[in-house]
Design a protein around this ligand. Structure first.
Ligand SMILES: Cc1cc2nc3c(=O)[nH]c(=O)nc-3n(C[C@H](O)[C@H](O)[C@H](O)COP(=O)(O)OP(=O)(O)OC[C@H]3O[C@@H](n4cnc5c(N)ncnc54)[C@H](O)[C@@H]3O)c2cc1C
Length: 435
């Protein structure tokens, strides 16, 4: 058996580990067009804030490839996949044969065609090279365009370095795919409390300056700056899949089956590039977050090494607490209308509780959790996440779920009623002992 993995991040490394848990001998070649191995992208904002040095970004030790008997090809881009001959071509000019191939090519930062975009001092924040570029930018004023999770984190990182930052978002609220308007208002207030100017509902129309950026012009004003971080979204890096004739989904990610195999035999996809079944939305979706990439890499690896393992489906979960000073978590959908409707009988409910310093929202579809937002008090996020993942009926337990004192023990009746869905040893033990 000969394995090739394209990509070197969460999905790729997780796949290496699961392949090696079953196959201790076969050759694994791993290609990444990034030079730096084994760093966690999630930690890049801390690097930009000068709070973590480069070695501390690693999520595996530097002997990982030796230990797992992997031949790494760092800084080498894979340029061509031939699904019929089962070969790939790489930018080193060589051709490599595979029996099983994993495409874990992740996402690419979107660069909008705004006039002046090529000026110096403008960068996305996706790769290690981007982070180094931002770290080396000189100046006192920054504009961050796009108030999604990465934009908010980048903005706060720059502020922590003493740079005066403005966060510009064209939609009407911060973190529009993560929070509803009510939670976003709390989060925005916290961001402003850190000394950041937040402008929503305004679009960047052009960048001014000579060689170097000097300002961002919006519909209504000019924002002087020395640097710009662009954070307007990520798209799946599906070029290789497209070239190889693999089926893409509606969101242009690689469509995979229950075992994470693509439309081509023995070619798998996992992570930000893979469009997988979303439990909360009841449709195929791109959930571009680290835990999903890691789970998918694990399952793809097991299937590649011959152990048939079904992927239960993905759902989004995001947390911004470490950056804004109060815990804020959301999972699944933020509004019921984000769910694909199965039939006219589908029934949706949104339950909200707001106190002075907390906000809680549950979204139910046919009595099952499809989304939750927790701001201020997030201790129960793990329990909500389990109930969402397992898709069990909870409509008769709403007061308990919304209570501040919810504990794992309170879930026993739900667990017992759905014992077939909680067959894992940890749940079984709990139900048997009643503890
Ligand atoms: C700044 C930042 C902060 C984030 N924070 C969080 C967070 O707090 N929580 C969270 O859950 N998620 C977060 N994410 C998202 C998370 O990092 C991604 O979901 C995760 O990294 C996806 O892993 P992946 O393996 O699918 O792909 P990626 O991490 O995108 O890696 C894919 C790799 O493949 C390489 N590649 C692509 N094409 C080729 C090719 N043809 N040949 C060779 N190599 C190729 C790419 O260069 C890249 O190195 C953050 C992302 C960023 C950028």
């Amino acid at each position: 058996m000969r394995y090739i993995i394209v990509g070197g991040s969460a999905a790729a490394i997780s796949a290496v580990e699961s392949i090696r848990s079953l196959d201790h001998e076969s050759r694994i070649d791993l290609f990444s067009d990034e030079e730096t191995p084994l760093f966690s992208r999630v930690l890049l904002p801390y690097y930009v804030a000068e709070e973590l040095s480069k070695p501390l970004l690693n999520f595996r030790t530097s002997d990982f490839f030796d230990e797992k008997m992997v031949t790494p090809h760092m800084g080498v881009k894979v340029t061509y996949v031939n699904p019929k001959d089962k070969t790939i071509k790489a930018a080193d000019g060589k051709e490599y044969a595979f029996d099983k191939l994993l495409l874990a090519t992740g996402g690419k930062a979107i660069v909008p065609p705004i006039p002046g975009i090529d000026k110096e001092g403008i960068s996305t924040l996706k790769t290690m090279a981007d982070a180094e570029k931002i770290l080396n930018m000189k100046g006192k004023r920054a504009v961050v365009i796009g108030a999604g999770s990465i934009g908010v984190e980048a903005c706060i990182s720059l502020t922590r370095r003493g740079i005066k930052a403005t966060l510009l978002e064209q939609l009407g609220q911060v973190m529009p795919t993560v929070f509803d308007a009510e939670a976003a208002a709390i989060v925005q207030q916290r961001i402003e409390d850190l000394g950041i100017e937040v402008i929503t509902g305004e679009k960047a129309l052009k960048f001014t300056g000579g060689k170097h950026v000097r300002s961002v012009v919006t519909d209504t004003r000019e924002l002087p700056c020395d640097m710009v971080v662009l954070s307007v979204g990520v798209r799946p890096a599906s070029e290789l899949a497209l070239q190889a004739g693999l089926t893409l989904g509606d969101m242009k990610g690689i469509r995979v089956d229950d075992c994470l195999m693509t439309s081509a035999q023995d070619i798998y996809a996992a992570g930000d590039v893979a469009e997988t079944y979303d439990i909360a939305r009841n449709t195929y979706f791109l959930n571009a977050i680290w835990p999903c990439a890691f789970e998918q890499g694990n399952i793809a690896g097991l299937n590649m090494a011959g152990q048939k393992t079904l992927y239960p489906g993905s759902y989004r979960r995001n947390s911004i607490g470490n950056f804004i000073g109060i815990p804020a978590i959301s999972m699944g959908v933020t509004h019921s209308d984000a769910c694909a409707i199965q039939s006219d009988e589908d029934e949706f409910r949104e339950i909200r509780v707001r106190t002075k310093d907390s906000y809680k929202k549950l979204i139910l579809k046919n009595g099952k959790i499809v989304g939750a937002i927790l701001v201020g008090q997030t201790q129960k996020a793990g329990l909500m996440s389990i109930l969402l993942r397992k898709q069990v009926y909870v409509a008769d337990s709403i007061p308990m779920l919304m209570s501040d004192r919810l504990s794992f023990m309170d879930l026993l009746p739900i667990l017992r009623r759905n014992a077939d869905q909680f067959s894992e040893p940890e749940y079984k033990e709990l139900m048997d002992t009643g503890l």
